[in-house]
Design a protein around this ligand. Structure first.
Ligand SMILES: *Cc1c(COP(=O)(O)O)cnc(C)c1O
Length: 377
């Protein structure tokens, strides 16, 4: 079945005991055994829960993987995935990834003997140069955050195969509606479901989708062992959001391209980052591997950042992205503050970078709002 249909039905069926269309919230910690030494399908909600499992099956289906796992946050999913490595292992990581992921890797996981090289994953030479004898993993975000750099997933998967490395793609920005990394040979896909998959700025969650039984067993072992699982109510909210993912993504992308085209001609804007613009350096690869370019637009402002932000009414000043409400944020002091100044500098996240999470409002109103903000900046 087609993606739009699967967004609504995959992993879900009416409740057999009541006929309820909406997946029931199975709010229980534990499940009664059928007999001595005989647990039923479920025994304890950390290990498995029917509401969570419905979400896990739905996300796995949309990404085209074999199994899905739902976590209490995107960072819980990232933490779980990075525990596939052990002391002495090394990972090659994109240099402009989510600030929290950068902090976890560089400041926490390094304390346990795992090493990281952060580099731009935009050419075979760059990637191969970063690979060491102990390298086990390549970690990708495409489009990246906040500069929307594009990584060629087929190229990374090819290099990884040659070097027997595991590939992980954080697919939060495009969502499976616009990009399914598994189709290009990526081993493991990860989400902050807080963002587009839930889409309503009202829950924190994460997900991982695997491609083999071996990887699925390892991830479930870690999820259960570390206790990084999602709660039933959160899983239900995310399932509810998922039903409208295709509709929302279409509108986010429509609004985003209209805004990118408005900004590119504005005298107070020096550079616009949106992979749907033919001038974007990753445009050709994005066109090849994505079905659309998403709802995030970043740009460099020539004038005063504070005055610009204060001049906006509709775009609210907040971190996060992917919700119905449009948001504006200053990458260096907000989403990417945890990255540290030198890593920001390496990634090109200068103090004039503004990131917009373009919401579902009317694009004329959004452009008018930005126009007012720019005027006052
Ligand atoms: C937000 C985000 C995360 C972290 O997710 P949380 O749900 O906030 O824990 C990870 N990766 C990307 C790309 C994100 O945008």
């Amino acid at each position: 079945m087609k993606f739009d249909t699967r967004s609504i039905h995959a992993g879900r069926k009416p409740d057999p005991s009541t006929g309820a269309i909406s997946t029931s919230i199975c709010q229980t910690s534990t499940f009664v055994f059928e007999d001595y030494k005989q647990p039923g399908e479920y025994d304890y909600s950390r290990t498995g829960n029917p509401t969570r499992n419905a979400l896990e099956d739905a996300v796995a289906n949309l990404e085209g993987g074999n199994k899905g796992f739902a976590f209490s946050s995107g960072m819980a999913a990232v933490s779980t995935a990075i525990h596939l490595l052990k002391a002495g292992d090394h990972a090659v990581v994109g240099d402009d990834i989510y600030g929290g992921t950068h902090r976890l890797f560089s400041e926490i996981m390094t304390q346990y003997g795992i090493e990281f090289t952060f580099t731009r994953l935009n050419s075979r030479e760059n990637i191969e140069e970063a690979i060491q004898p102990d390298t086990k993993m390549i970690w990708i975000e495409t489009p990246s955050n906040p500069l929307l750099n594009i990584t060629d997933l087929e190229l990374v998967a090819d290099i990884a195969k040659e070097n027997q490395l595991l590939t992980v793609a954080d697919n939060t920005f495009p969502s499976p509606y616009f990009l399914r990394p598994i189709e290009y040979g990526i081993d493991l896909v990860l989400h902050s479901t807080t963002k587009y998959i839930n889409g309503h700025s009202d829950v924190i969650g994460g997900a991982i989708v695997t491609t083999t039984d071996e990887l699925a067993d390892k991830i479930h072992f870690l999820l259960n062992g570390m206790g990084t699982n999602a709660a039933p109510f959160d899983s239900w909210l995310i399932l509810r959001g998922l039903k409208t993912l295709p509709l929302r993504m279409k509108k986010h992308a429509e609004n985003a391209i209209a805004i990118a085209e408005f900004l590119i001609d504005h005298p107070k804007v020096s550079e616009v980052f949106y992979p749907g613009l033919p001038s974007h350096p990753g445009y050709e690869i994005a066109k090849k591997q994505m079905d659309g370019y998403g709802g995030i637009v970043s740009f460099k402002l020539k004038s005063d950042v504070g005055n610009f932000i204060r001049g906006l009414d509709l775009f609210l000043l907040a971190e996060s992205l992917g919700g119905a409400d449009s948001l504006v944020e200053h990458a260096a002091t907000m989403s990417h503050a945890s990255m540290g100044e030198s890593a920001r500098k390496q990634a090109g996240i200068t103090d004039d970078v503004i990131r917009l999470s373009v919401g579902l409002e009317d694009s004329d109103d959004l452009i008018e709002d930005l126009s007012r903000g720019l005027e006052r900046s």
